[in-house]
Each structure stands twice: as C-alpha cells, then as structure tokens.
Design a protein around this ligand. Structure first.
Ligand code: AMP
Ligand code: MG
Length: 346
C-alpha cells in the first residue's frame, strides 16, 4: 500500500483523510507548530500504531487535538477557570493544556496518567479534519522518535517514505511557528509551564498572573527522574552529530570555532553571523533580528545538518524570554545542554 499525499487545498482532502482516521489509520497533519502523526485518540489500536511507526516510548503520552474549546468538556473534568481564559485568548493556536482526564479517553493515549494534554490547532484544514472525523486526533510530532521535528510534508516523507508505513500526509506547506506547542499544566496549585513554545511565558503570566517554570524546561533530566511531561526527559530533536552551543558575542564565538574547526565540523548560526563564520561550513536558521524566523527555521536546519559526514555542530542560540525561550530549549536539548563559553577558553 502506498502513502497518499493529500494537498491541503484539494477540496476532497478532508473527507478522504477523515475516512482514514475513522478506519483506524495514520494521517500526518499540518499544524502551525510542527507536522503531527495523527490517529483517532479514542481508538487504542489506532493509537498503538502511532507509537509503533515513530518508535516512541510507551510511557510518553500524546496530545489530543480538538476542533473547538467547547469539546474540552467531553474529555476533561474539573476544568478550572484559567483553562477557559487561556482557550479564549490563545485557541485556536500553539498552546496545549494538561487537565484531569475523563475515563472515556483510552489509557494508551494518556500513557495511563490521570491527566490529558489537549490542544486546538490553528491550521484550518486540520480543524476541519477533526470535525469531519467526529473524533479527537491524538498526534505527537511526526518525526521518528529522537529526530528533529518535521516542519514540512517533505520532512515527513523523508522519515516514513511512500511505502505505506503511514496511510496519508496532508501537505499544508511549511509550519508557521516551527517548534512544538507551549504546554501548561493546570492540574496543580499553580499553572506550570512544562514546555515553552509559540505562546511565550510572558503572555501566559500576563493572563494568569502567575506561572511556575518546570525544571525540565531549563536543564537536562535523567531517564529515571519522574517528570510532569514525560516526553521532556528523552533525548530530542538531535541530528546524529554532537551539538555544542557556543555562547557569548558573535565575534568571540566565531574566533572560538575558527581555532577548533576541522573537517566534519559545521556551524549553525544566525543569518547576521554568516560572514563571521565564513570558511567554517555555516548554515543560518533564521535572523537574530527577527526571532520568529529562528523558530520557523530551526528544525529544517537541524535536519539539513543531519548528514553522516557532519560529526560536530557548533550552534548559536538566542537567550532570554519570548520565543527565544522555546528556540533555546529545543537547541539546548539537541545539544544535551552542552554549552561552551568562548571567553573562558582563549
Ligand atoms: P510531542 O507531541 O511529540 O511533542 O509530545 C507531546 C508532549 O506532551 C510530550 O512531551 C509529552 O510528555 C507531553 N504530554 C502529553 N500528555 C501529557 C500529560 N497528560 N501530562 C504532561 N505532559 C504530557
Ligand atoms: Mg516530539
């Protein structure tokens, strides 16, 4: 069986994909964050296929995607006022909420937790698909487990081929945000940020008044640690090369890399820095002066650099709040939190 490529603009796409979802198949879906690998969240067997196709550990629960905020009450209970406020402000959009789960949601979807992660994505074709299928769609990022996320249909094709490992891919073009959704846990005493994304910590704090930042956002978590978002402990987003973040000024970083540069090395930097890294095999993933281009371009660049001849990648990483928080989190995870300070290594 071949994998169908369904253009988002084709009027037949939604009904074709909805039929596959209802029949228990797998459809890669475009969202504003990254492409997801979707299946009927209420069908244990369909959900099992997602884990199998991705090679995803069974204890890593899935986000379920709904078509509007009203659908929250079907799958969640004890929904706090904060959830409705967040939904009103940020849905449809790149925000996932963790809430107490109703028993109707299969354990395979939630990895047996008492909570479920829910999002209403912005991409219209995907919301139409959820509505047409009549079920919520469970969808982790569509990449093979451990690899950089997929932000184009071509990335999904690269990971799964056309041989039927997944039933269809809806091609909705490149993803606008480019990093996975912000995850907020609303089941504790205070709202807690489990994963930074397109909705920034500042935006959340503005609306909620308070926000705790989970330690998994900022540091490496070992495999045997119990974490609130189980996915945060796994090595993620990484090309096969060793990635090192080089901090400090552009000039100091360029001097540091030039001192070390050998065959098999590459640089991942901001567009503004390309001339400084000339001769050091540089790839730009976006403009430092336009942070959104960094989030939109990060995974495509990491995939581009995922080549056997590249052994070491020196990466430049934005610091601070806003969208830089999400970009920095993904890049530091790709680097297993290895950060070098060029000023300390003259
Ligand atoms: P992915 O879609 O591949 O980015 O993975 C979804 C992320 O959501 C993973 O980090 C999961 O651990 C996290 N997640 C899903 N369900 C829950 C939940 N009930 N509580 C906390 N985190 C969750
Ligand atoms: Mg993922």
């Amino acid at each position: 069986m071949k994998t169908l490529i369904l253009p988002a603009s084709d009027p037949a796409t939604v009904s074709q994909a909805a039929e596959i979802i209802r029949a228990g198949g797998l459809v890669a879906i475009p969202t504003e964050t990254v492409y997801g690998l979707g299946a009927n969240a209420m069908d244990e067997e369909a959900v099992a296929k997602i884990f199998l196709a991705k090679g995803r550990p069974q204890d890593n629960p899935l986000i379920i995607h709904i078509s509007c905020a009203e659908e929250l009450t079907r799958y969640c209970h004890d929904i706090p006022e904060a959830a409705w406020l967040l939904a009103e402000r940020f849905w449809p959009g790149p925000l996932t909420m963790v809430l107490p789960v109703k028993p109707c949601v299969p354990k395979r979807t939630t990895a047996g937790l008492s909570t479920v992660a829910v999002r209403c994505p912005k991409t219209q074709v995907t919301r139409e698909l959820i509505r047409a299928a009549g079920v919520p769609i469970a969808a982790p990022s569509a990449n093979l487990s451990g690899k950089p996320s997929t932000t184009t249909a071509a990335h999904v094709l690269h990971d799964y081929g056309t041989g039927g490992r997944i039933d269809a891919i809806i091609d909705g073009g490149p993803c606008e945000v480019g990093v996975e959704s912000t995850i907020v846990d609303l089941t504790g005493e205070k709202p807690r940020l489990l994963r930074p994304g397109g909705i920034t910590p500042e935006e959340l704090r503005d609306l909620l008044g308070e926000l705790e930042i989970d330690r998994a956002v900022l540091a490496q978590i070992s495999d045997d640690t119990v974490v609130r978002a189980p996915g945060m402990k796994y090595k993620h987003y990484a090309p096969s090369a060793e990635v090192y973040i080089v901090s400090g000024s552009s000039e100091a970083a360029a001097a540091y890399v030039r001192r070390r540069f050998t065959e098999g090395d590459a640089v991942l930097c901001f567009e503004e820095e390309l001339p400084l890294f000339a001769g050091c095999n540089p790839t730009a993933y976006g403009k430092y002066g336009d942070m959104k281009t960094l989030s939109a371009g990060l995974f495509a660049a990491l995939r581009e650099l995922d080549r056997p001849e590249i052994k070491t990648i020196y990466a430049r990483c934005p610091e601070g709040g806003g969208i830089a928080c999400a970009v920095g989190n993904r890049l530091k995870k790709a680097a297993a939190f290895r950060v070098v300070d060029p000023e300390a290594d003259q």
